[in-house]
Design a protein. Structure first.
Length: 136
């Protein structure tokens, strides 16, 4: 995991005025995560020129839930394949999971659904907070 200076963390935090770049919830300056728009693995495996993976233009402030759910996906795959199809998978979430792991998984998926306003009848609108608010 990259270690960023306090100044760089503050610059990333300020990009979206203290909100997660993806879901838009308010995040605490002392407890937010930094996400790479273009994942590190793209730089490593696809040799993206001489660009720096940790350049401020490639960094976005993120809540831990969104950063974890996005993982090493690029933005379009996260948008279209993960969030964009999540409403179709709602029926497969067990109503009463039998195991502790099942309960945790259900709670985790429900947090994602709530953050993006996704329901079985309302899919993700495919626009992230940083796009709506034109975060720089």
């Amino acid at each position: 995991m990259a270690s960023f200076s306090k100044q760089k963390r503050k610059s990333v935090y300020d990009k979206c005025n203290g909100h997660c770049a993806y879901c838009g919830i308010e995040i605490d300056i002392d407890n937010f995560q930094i996400d790479h728009k273009i994942p590190k693995r793209f730089f490593k495996y696809f040799g993206i020129g001489n660009k720096d993976v940790d350049d401020i233009e490639n960094l976005l402030p993120s809540c831990s839930v969104c950063n974890h759910y996005k993982r090493a996906l690029d933005i379009e795959k996260f948008r279209n394949e993960w969030l964009g199809k999540l409403h179709t998978r709602i029926k497969r979430i067990p109503k009463n999971p039998r195991t502790e792991n099942g309960r945790k998984r259900k709670e985790y998926i429900e947090r994602i659904l709530n953050r993006y306003g996704i329901t079985e009848n309302k899919p993700f609108d495919k626009v992230f907070y940083f796009e709506k608010k034109n975060c720089k």
